[in-house]
Design a protein around this ligand. Structure first.
Ligand SMILES: Nc1ncnc2c1ncn2[C@@H]1O[C@H](COP(=O)(O)OP(=O)(O)OP(=O)(O)O)[C@@H](O)[C@H]1O
Length: 233
């Protein structure tokens, strides 16, 4: 059996006025692709924050393999068409938080590799503000890849993309999973994408949770707002 990269044991967490999980336990194997699904407000993003260490469990624990390196791809947001940075500059942004305000040769090569891996290299000089939704989302993905993660959290990364672009992005994520053995946790409302591109799902509900292979997903038993005919929000 593949080693777990993340183990959640008896996790409880809530905000002052609202309990979110009680006794949540699951394991993610290294190299697995899992969707995290559930209705609005059930606590999906909060769970990713707990995994990333931005919040502390009220009870239970989250055990990370010593080799774990997390990458995070945020939900696509509309970027002002006037946004001046090129795709390339945007992807390399986080590298600039160092003591010298220019990129080293190795950093430039790393940006080029991330642009190539996400299919953005040819359009690297295009202003991000003028890029398509899919290109913008790939730019976030390329930015995350620069930190060489082996565990990628995609937080509703496909939410406002059209069907073809969603498919393209998920195919790319699937290739990264295959090529680099990346573990993927994909937060989504989209049951069809979950079925097509992830091996298992973790469903959070107000009553509890379930974790199963996506081949056993029964849409009829899913919370109403997650049924496949309903387009995302
Ligand atoms: N910092 C906070 N303080 C208090 N309540 C919060 C805080 N962050 C989130 N919440 C609440 O916790 C609940 C879970 O929020 P979360 O963002 O994790 O849900 P979600 O499942 O990701 O929702 P969505 O699908 O709408 O993005 C919500 O009711 C939210 O309002």
């Amino acid at each position: 059996m593949t080693e777990p990269i993340l183990t959640v044991e008896h996790l409880s967490f809530g905000f002052r006025d609202r309990a979110l999980y009680h006794d949540l336990s699951f394991t993610l194997a290294a190299g697995s692709v899992t969707s995290l699904i559930g209705a609005n407000g059930v606590g999906k993003t909060t769970l990713t924050k707990l995994i990333m260490g931005q919040l502390t469990p009220t009870a239970g624990r989250i055990i990370k393999a010593p080799t774990l390196r997390l990458g995070y791809v945020p939900q696509f947001r509309n970027i002002d068409p006037e946004y001046p940075l090129s795709l390339r500059s945007f992807v390399g942004l986080n590298q600039m938080q160092r003591h010298v305000p220019w990129h080293s040769k190795a950093e430039k090569q790393a940006v080029t590799a991330a642009l190539r891996e996400t299919g953005l290299l040819e359009r690297q000089n295009q202003p991000l503000g003028m890029a398509s939704g899919g290109e913008k989302q790939k730019a976030y993905l390329a930015q995350a890849l620069l930190t060489h993660p082996n565990f990628l959290i995609l937080d509703e990364a496909t939410a406002s993309l059209d069907v073809n672009t969603k498919t393209e992005l998920m195919t790319l994520v699937g290739e990264l999973n295959q090529r680099r053995g990346l573990t993927v946790l994909f937060v989504t409302h989209d049951l069809e994408l979950a079925k097509a591109y992830t091996q298992q799902y973790l469903l959070l509900t107000q009553a509890g949770y379930e974790m199963r292979p996506t081949s056993e997903m029964n849409e009829a038993n899913m919370p109403k707002e997650l049924r496949p005919t309903e387009e995302v929000r």
